[in-house]
Ligand binder design. Structure first.
Ligand code: FE2
Length: 321
């Protein structure tokens, strides 16, 4: 099988350092996407490292099993949701494929690197749009290296603080999954435990601090995590969950203003967060899904989110270790 790989030019791509963002591969009617993945993983990975996101359009991928076949053909190791410390409630459909987030349609999921608020995160993300929303529902994508360099140009002392101090995240987890929240995964599911004693042991092993609150909820604070990461090729990225936590970790348990601090416990000025948010918004690219689309995202180089939507929308995800 000699499936061919051709990158196309779309009307609204961004250009960063001479590379189109996202890269686009359009079906030409002859090759199956799984065959392209199996044949061209090296070239796909090279393009992904350069630009950070690739959209595969028109290949007729129709359901979770099709999508699983494509991801499996790509050939990289699975990052299972069940063992992750993700805050999001998700449902596994195949061993490698799960619903992207069960949060309600009107909820925005703000820009983030997947699981950057934990010490364990995937390197790449696959998304598949099974059903495009009637209205809205784009996945904003943001080049994190460009965000950081623009932030550094505007406020170098802020970036210096992020680099030197790192960050800590605090999240209050319910005893059972709360599907009304974008970060409503229960402490039992998040930590993979049943009892308080097991939860405390797992938190200690992860160097988290924890406190039991009323209603059998668990307040957990991470160890100091990096806010800025240096990639193997030398690019610096704003690899963290600050924007999503600051803007979006609001539910019946959580107050976003208390969800993030610098690593030394000092407060992050909301005006500083606003600067980062405004730059990120300015340079985000909205991936407007068509049913059947598959996208591959470099989780270190690119942030993603979810716009609110109307109608039925179903986007599935699969993570690569
Ligand atoms: Fe995500």
């Amino acid at each position: 099988m000699n499936a061919s790989l051709h990158f196309s030019t779309g009307a609204h791509q961004q250009q960063w350092s001479g590379a189109a963002f996202p890269a686009i591969v359009m079906a030409d009617g002859s090759d199956a996407l799984a065959d392209i993945m199996a044949t061209h993983q090296t070239a796909i990975d090279a393009a992904l490292a350069e630009t950070g996101a690739i959209l595969f359009r028109g290949f007729g991928i129709s359901d979770a099993d099709d999508f699983d076949h494509v991801v499996t053909a790509y050939g990289a190791e699975n990052f299972p949701y069940a063992k992750s410390l993700s805050n999001a409630v998700r449902i596994n459909l195949t061993p490698r494929v799960f619903t992207a987030n069960e949060a309600p349609p009107e909820t925005s999921i703000y820009l983030h690197h997947e699981m950057a608020q934990t010490p364990i995160y995937p390197s790449r993300l696959f998304f598949f749009c099974e059903i495009a929303a009637d209205k809205g529902g784009a996945t904003p994508l943001c080049r994190s290296d460009m965000l950081l360099s623009k932030l550094d140009a505007k406020n170098p002392s802020l970036v210096k603080r992020f680099r030197e101090r790192g960050v800590r995240y605090t999240n209050i987890m319910p005893p059972e999954n709360d599907t009304g929240s974008g970060q409503g995964r229960s402490w039992r599911s998040t930590l993979g435990v049943d009892t308080h004693a097991e939860a405390e042991a797992r938190l200690a092993a992860l160097c988290y601090t924890g406190k039991w609150l009323g209603g059998d909820t668990l307040k957990a604070t991470t160890p100091v995590l990096d806010a800025v990461r240096i990639m193997p090729d030398g690019r610096h990225v704003f690899f963290n969950q600050l924007i999503a936590a600051f803007r979006g970790w609001a539910d019946s348990r959580n107050d976003p203003s208390k969800s993030i601090t610098y690593g030394d416990g000092s407060a992050i000025d909301p005006a500083d967060m606003a600067l980062a948010i405004n730059i990120a918004n300015d340079i985000s690219y909205d991936l407007n899904w068509q049913s059947g689309d598959v996208a591959l995202v470099d989780n270190f180089l690119v942030m993603h989110g979810r716009r609110p939507f109307q109608g039925k929308r179903r986007v599935l995800a699969s993570l690569i270790k």
